[in-house]
Design a protein around this ligand. Structure first.
Ligand code: FNR
Length: 357
């Protein structure tokens, strides 16, 4: 395997489609209902513009940043995504290697194809978070939190926007069922997920969730708990009031509530409510360095991606993942230079224009 020759991240989808089996590709690419929100996620970055700055006497911008006490070479992180074995035999282990190679942060999913310990070990000391889908079975939640702690994971992402699975038509068309087991579920009474559809998988997860649950998880673990799937200032305030030490603005890549706004369009209001009390992670629709820039300038501290990384994994394993992050980080650096921003802190202070063309 070698590095991928990537012109832009959007082009990866068609290339990955040619090599990932149809059901798995549909599950990865798809959104809910007619996918309006999925499309809008990327389109919405056009609602804000970066003003060029030239007479700044600066060169070589740096993308290094420190968030959650972690020194990172890039503010671009890997979103937690399930079942990466659909894309590549090494699954999350290769994703972990690729992300480690760029000095980034990876989040593992509860529904990973490889175990928490194996994925952590593949990261070779690079920081990782673990994403928890809260189960109805609290022993199981505690078991996963214990495993994460033992594996040296640095933070817990609690996903709250998937108490039921979105209406995913592509999976219905393909009658999609996971052809591979989910490593973290193997000792779980309902089985390892192999041969099940996503709706059946989510059925064993909690079907309602509140601030009390956030509190219970935050008091059980001494790792920071970051609540993912926040799109409203009210939910952000409830999460922080319940002990969240980070807010993760996301609409799950347009896979849950179709008809909801683009994640980018709600970021400023959530950031205003959070008011720097805790760091903000942002995702959904990020495909360009300029998208990363705009999200940082709108209140995000870290910007995550899902699908493009999975496509890179499918196309080139660990080196493919590395190539995806390098391509986007290089784009970000060009944008930083042309906007007269030397550091990520400068980007966060940049003023965007908001003109709807
Ligand atoms: C996801 N996402 C997700 N989120 C989560 O908290 N736990 C999970 O297990 C998964 N699984 C998952 C699988 C696949 C195939 C995709 C595409 C997404 C959502 C993910 O974390 C993130 O919010 C989106 O992927 C961001 O949108 P983009 O970057 O894919 O547009």
């Amino acid at each position: 395997e070698e590095k991928l020759n990537i012109i832009n991240l959007t082009e990866l989808e068609a290339k990955a489609k040619a090599i990932i089996p149809q059901g798995g590709f549909g599950y990865i690419r798809g959104g809910s209902e007619d996918e309006w929100t999925l499309r809008e996620n990327s389109n919405a970055f056009e609602h804000a513009q970066i003003v060029p700055r030239s007479l700044t006497d600066m060169e070589n911008p740096s993308t290094e940043t420190n968030v959650f006490g972690l020194n990172l070479k890039t503010p671009i992180m890997m979103a937690p995504t399930a079942a990466q074995g659909l894309a590549h035999a090494q699954g999350e282990k290769d994703t972990a290697k690729g992300v480690a190679a760029v000095g980034g942060l990876m989040a593992q999913s509860t529904y990973s194809s490889t175990s928490i310990a194996d994925t952590a070990a593949a990261g070779n000391g690079a920081p990782q978070f673990f994403q928890l889908y809260m189960s109805k079975d609290w022993d199981f939640n505690e078991h996963l939190l214990d495993e994460a702690k033992k594996a040296g994971v640095k933070g817990i992402i609690l996903t709250v926007d998937a108490t039921i699975d979105g209406y995913r038509e592509e999976d219905m068309r393909n009658n999609f069922q996971f052809p591979i087991p989910m490593a973290n579920l193997s000792e779980y009474s309902d089985g390892d997920g192999k041969g099940k559809g996503i709706a059946e998988i989510y059925a064993s997860a909690a079907q309602k969730i509140s601030g009390k649950d956030v509190e219970r998880i935050a008091s059980y673990t001494d790792l920071p708990v970051i609540v993912k799937g926040i799109e409203s200032p009210d939910d952000a305030m409830l999460a922080i009031g319940s002990g969240a030490q980070g807010i993760y603005v996301s609409n799950h890549g347009g896979r849950q509530l179709n008809g909801g706004p683009a994640s980018f369009d709600v970021l400023p209001a959530v950031a205003k409510a959070v008011n720097h009390r805790v760091p903000i992670i942002f995702d959904s629709g990020v495909r360009r360095g300029s998208h990363v820039f705009k999200a940082l300038a709108s209140g995000a501290d870290l910007v995550a991606m899902g699908r493009p990384v999975i496509y890179g994994l499918a196309l080139g394993g660990a080196l493919g993942v590395q190539s995806v992050f390098e391509t986007l980080n290089d784009e970000l650096k060009i944008d930083m230079q042309l906007a007269g921003t030397q550091t990520i802190e400068d980007v966060k202070r940049a003023q965007l224009l908001h003109i709807h063309y």
